[in-house]
Design a protein around this ligand. Structure first.
Ligand code: BES
Ligand code: ZN
Length: 628
C-alpha cells in the first residue's frame, strides 16, 4: 500500500517537474523519498525528540522502560513506528492517557509496524516496552567473554535497521531526531551512549545523557560494562575495560592529532567531544561511528599503532555519514565512499603519502576480489554505487563497492579537477548539507552545479554511479614497497624456495608494516607448497604472533590451500574474534573448498564460536556454511 501511494506522488511530481520547475530533484527531495526499509510515514508525522527512560537488566538480559516521542504537528490520526523483536506493553499520549495501538504482520527482515492512534493535538507518544531475545541489536556478554572476565557487558549496534530491535522508532536514516536518556544499570557498571554524558560514575547506577544535534536513529547507541576512562586531550579520550585501558591509550594516542587534521581539511568538528569505547571481541565491526563515541573492536590494538586507520575512518564519519547522511540504504556509498576517501586523506597527513598509497592499494586488492564475486553472484547490479535493496537486507549493500569503488570515484574526481578545487568543493558540500540527509541524485546535481559545470569538466559520473564494474579512468596507484612484497610471494608461488632467498630469510614480522605482509600473503596462491607455508609460518609466526588483521588473511590462505597444521590456531582465532569481515572470509574459504572435511571443520568451529558472535556476524557466517 505504502509503495503505491508513494509511487503516485512521485509520478505526480515527475509530471509537474517536467512541465515547469527548474529544480525537479530539489522538489522531489523535500517531498517524497521512499525508504523501503521502514514502515514509518515521516512526511505525515515524525519524531522530533526521543526521551528514553530505561533499565538494563543483566539477570534477564532485557532492557525495559519507556520511549517518549515528542512529535511534529500533524493532521493524521495514526503514527507508525518500526519494531522488531520488542514486546509493547502500553502506549500513552502526552501526560498519560492510554491509547490504542496495533501491531502489524511480522516481516522477517523489517519486523513489524506499530500503529499508534494519536489525536490532532498530540504532542507526545510514550511507549512502554521490553526487549526480548529476538532483539538483534543487543549483544549480552557473560563475564567470560570480556577481558576482565569479572563483569557482564552489553552493547547495541543500530546500523542499518537494528535500532528498532531495542527502541520503538521511525527507523529510517531520513528521520533526524534529538534524544535524551536516563539509563539504570547495575551499580558496579558504567553506561555510555552516543551523546553528551551528563553523570559521572556513581553508586546508584543511574546515568543521564543528551544529544542536542539531530541524528538518524541508527546512530543511537549504548554500551554498559566495567569501563574506565582515560583522557587524551580536552575533547577526546578512551573508555575501556581496566585491563585494556593503557594499551588503548598508547595505540590511539594520535587521536587528538587526527581530529585537528580532519578539521583542517573539511571544517570544524561539530560534535564537541570525540571518544572511543573499546568493546569486547564479539563486536561485529572494526569500528562504528556512533556520534561523540566511536565503538571499536579490540582487534585494532596491534601494539604498534599500525591499525589506526580504522579510527581515522570512524572519525571521518563525523562529517560523511553523521553530518551528511545517506537518505536511504540505497545511497550507502555516500556514507562509506566519502569516509574511505576522507580516512585516506587523514592518514596521508598523519603518516605521509607513501603509507596512504599503501592503504589505498590494499583496498583496491579487496575491491577487485569483491567485484569478481559480485559479477558472478545473483545480484550483479550490486556493483553499482547506487543500490536497489528493496526486499533485501541493507547489510547486503555493505560491500567494497560502497566503500572502495566509492572512494576511488572521489579520488578519480580529485585527480581530474585538482586537489585544491576538490577540497573547496567538499568543504562546501559538508557545510551546505550539515545535519541533512542526501540522495545520490541530489549529490550528482550538487556536483554538477558546484564543481563540474563551473570548471567546464566532463566527467563520467553516471557511469561510475549507475554502471557495474570499474570505469577506465579509475586512477592507478602504485607502491614500490608493495611490489617488493609481491616479488617475494611470486618466488614461493612459482615453486621456488624462500628459505634459500637471502633477503627473505632475514626478515622478521616487525620489519614490515601490516599492509606489506598482507600483500605478501595475498600473493601466495594455490600453487604454494605446504612446506613453503611451514617455513613462512615458522619464520614469521603468522599463526601465533601476527596481529588480528594479518591473521585473518593468513588463515584465509591456509583454509584455501588446506594447510591443516594452522587449523588449531585458526580455530582459536575464530572462537575469539567476532569481527565479521575478519572471520567471514575464512569460513567462506573453508565452505567453498567443496571439501567435506573442511566444511565439517568450519561448522564445528562455528557451533562452538557462535555464542561469541553478534547476530550480524552469525547471520553472515551461517549463510556461508549453508546453515540458513
Ligand atoms: N558504519 C560502518 C559499519 C557498518 C556499516 C555497520 C553498515 C552496519 C552497517 C563502519 O564505519 C565501518 O565501515 N567499519 C569498518 C571500518 C573499515 C572500513 C575501516 C569495519 O568495521 O571494518
Ligand atoms: Zn564506515
Amino acid at each position: 500500500m505504502k509503495r503505491i501511494f508513494l509511487l503516485l506522488v512521485a509520478v505526480a511530481f515527475f509530471i509537474s517537474a517536467c512541465s515547469n520547475t527548474e529544480h525537479p530533484e530539489g522538489l522531489e527531495e523535500q517531498t517524497v523519498i521512499e525508504d523501503v526499509h521502514s514502515y514509518a510515514y515521516i512526511h505525515e508525522v515524525k519524531t522530533l525528540h526521543l526521551d528514553l527512560d530505561l533499565e538494563v537488566d543483566f539477570n534477564n538480559n532485557t532492557i525495559y522502560g519507556i520511549a517518549s516521542h515528542t512529535i511534529s504537528d500533524h493532521t493524521t490520526d495514526k503514527m507508525i513506528f518500526d519494531i522488531n523483536g520488542l514486546e509493547i506493553i502500553k502506549v500513552t499520549l502526552d501526560s498519560g492517557v492510554e491509547t490504542d495501538f496495533k501491531i502489524g504482520k511480522n516481516d522477517e527482515l523489517l519486523g513489524q509496524p506499530l500503529e499508534v492512534t494519536i489525536k490532532p493535538n498530540t504532542k507526545q507518544v510514550n511507549i512502554q516496552y521490553k526487549t526480548t531475545d529476538q532483539s538483534g541489536s543487543l549483544d549480552w556478554l557473560p563475564p567470560s567473554l570480556t577481558s576482565s572476565k569479572k563483569y557482564p557487558f552489553l552493547y547495541t549496534q543500530g546500523q542499518a535497521i537494528l535500532t528498532r530491535t531495542w527502541i520503538p522508532v521511525q527507523d529510517s536514516p531520513l528521520n533526524r531526531i534529538t534524544y535524551s536518556a536516563t539509563i539504570k544499570v547495575p551499580s558496579e557498571l558504567l553506561a555510555v551512549m552516543s551523546a553528551d554524558q551528563l553523570s559521572p560514575k556513581n553508586a546508584d547506577g543511574i546515568y543521564k545523557f543528551k544529544m542536542d544535534q539531530a541524528i538518524p536513529c541508527y546512530l543511537i547507541a549504548l554500551a554498559v560494562g566495567d569501563l574506565e576512562y582515560v583522557k587524551l586531550d580536552s575533547r577526546s579520550g578512551i573508555y575501556a575495560e581496566p585491563q585494556l585501558i593503557e594499551k588503548c591509550a598508547y595505540e590511539f594516542e594520535d587521536l587528538p592529532k587526527m581530529i585537528n587534521i580532519a578539521e583542517k581539511i573539511y571544517g570544524k568538528y561539530q560534535w564537541d567531544q570525540y571518544d572511543v569505547v573499546m568493546l569486547p571481541y564479539s563486536f561485529p565491526f572494526g569500528g562504528m561511528e556512533n556520534p561523540r563515541l566511536t565503538f571499536a573492536n579490540p582487534t585494532l590494538i596491534a601494539g604498534d599503532k599500525s591499525l589506526v586507520s580504522v579510527i581515522a575512518h570512524e572519525l571521518a564519519h563525523s562529517w560523511s555519514g553523521n553530518l551528511v547522511t545517506n537518505a536511504t540504504w540505497n545511497d550507502f556509498w555516500l556514507n562509506e565512499g566519502f569516509t574511505v576517501y576522507f580516512e585516506n586523506r587523514i592518514m596521508e597527513e598523519l603518516e605521509g603519502k607513501e603509507i596512504a598509497n599503501i592503504l589505498a592499494i590494499i583496498e583496491f586488492q579487496d575491491l577487485v576480489e569483491s567485484l569478481a564475486l559480485i559479477e558472478d553472484s545473483e545480484n550483479p547490479e550490486d556493483a553499482n554505487l547506487k543500490l536497489d535493496l528493496e526486499g533485501r537486507d541493507p547489510d547486503d549493500g555493505m560491500t567494497d563497492v560502497a566503500y572502495i569503488k566509492g572512494a576511488y570515484f572521489l579520488r578519480t574526481l580529485e585527480h581530474t579537477v585538482g586537489r585544491k578545487k576538490f577540497d573547496e568543493f567538499l568543504k562546501g558540500y559538508f557545510a551546505a548539507h550539515a545535519f541533512q540527509t542526501l540522495t545520490t541524485e541530489k549529490f550528482v546535481s550538487y556536483l554538477e552545479e558546484h564543481l563540474l559545470n563551473p570548471n567546464k569538466i566532463e566527467f563520467n559520473t553516471k557511469e561510475w554511479i549507475y554502471q557495474p564494474g570499474l570505469p577506465e579512468n579509475c586512477i592507478k596507484i602504485s607502491s614500490p614497497r608493495l611490489e617488493a612484497m609481491e616479488a617475494f610471494a611470486h618466488i614461493a608461488d612459482q615453486g621456488g624456495d624462500l628459505s634459500k632467498d637471502n633477503a627473505f630469510r632475514k626478515l622478521k614480522l616487525s620489519d614490515h608494516i601490516t599492509q606489506e605482509w598482507q600483500t605478501f600473503i595475498r600473493g601466495l596462491n594455490k600453487n604454494v607448497s605446504h612446506s613453503q607455508l611451514a617455513f613462512i609460518d615458522q619464520q614469521l609466526g603468522l599463526s601465533t604472533q601476527a596481529n588480528d588483521i594479518l591473521k585473518s588473511d593468513w588463515f584465509k590462505l591456509c583454509a584455501r590451500v588446506n594447510y591443516t597444521p594452522a587449523f588449531p590456531e585458526m580455530k582459536k582465532y575464530l572462537t575469539k574474534v567476532g569481527r565479521r569481515w575478519l572471520v567471514e572470509g575464512i569460513y567462506a574459504e573453508l565452505a567453498e573448498s567443496k571439501d567435506p572435511k573442511r566444511l565439517e571443520f568450519a561448522r564445528e568451529v562455528y557451533e562452538n564460536a557462535k555464542t561469541n558472535y553478534h547476530t550480524v556476524t552469525a547471520r553472515s557466517v551461517a549463510q556461508h556454511l549453508g546453515l540458513k
